[in-house]
Design a protein. Structure first.
Length: 187
């Protein structure tokens, strides 16, 4: 089947509606794995917001979907999935994932999307739609705070505490090439 954006964003919206009906937040996400050569959809995963139900403030729809896709595929880069690295079968040599979200991803979810290597995000409602009275999911403050240096942030006190072993883990990581590298964000 070919990637049909409308189909997947509608599914994300339906997942969001079901999440609300079951006590979750009004957010849903779908990750679609696509063969690079043919453009055919190989499989998909859904994620819904279950932050309140599980008492987990990080259990947003996008993060839930990313966790499930990465776990099942056995990879941490969902933007470039090589056949020989994937735990799930794929005919082509390379595939990638696209994320469809019922709402514009928040800062935390966007960071997770970057770290997961996903290069395409499609969303339906904006963060402004989520902030209207009666819905009240505003992340304006987080957007504003994230642009400031840690010394200038006002909501959370953040301070650096330098110790004699502050860089030990990084230095060990740097010296040991056999350690699995992760992260798909570069400057």
């Amino acid at each position: 089947m070919q990637v049909a954006s409308d189909q997947w964003i509608r599914l994300a919206n339906n997942v969001a509606l079901e999440a609300v009906k079951h006590g979750g937040g009004p957010f849903g996400a779908v990750i679609v794995q696509v063969d690079n050569k043919t453009g055919k959809v190989l499989r998909y995963w859904i994620g819904y917001d279950h932050s309140a139900n599980e008492h987990d403030p990080t259990a947003h729809a996008e993060i839930s979907a990313i966790r499930e896709a990465a776990k099942q595929l056995g990879v941490d880069n969902l933007g470039e999935i090589h056949r020989e690295q994937s735990k799930l079968s794929q005919n082509g040599e390379l595939s990638h994932c696209i994320i469809y979200s019922s709402t514009e991803p928040c800062e935390m979810c966007l960071a997770a999307i970057y770290w997961a290597g996903i290069r395409e995000v499609v969303f339906a409602a904006t963060r402004y739609d989520a902030a209207v009275p009666g819905v009240d999911f505003s992340d304006k403050l987080i957007h504003e705070e994230s642009t400031k240096s840690y010394q200038d942030r006002q909501v959370v006190t953040i301070r650096q505490a330098i110790t004699s072993n502050s860089l030990d883990a990084f230095n060990y990581y740097k010296r040991h090439g056999e350690i699995k590298r992760y992260g798909n964000v570069s400057d």
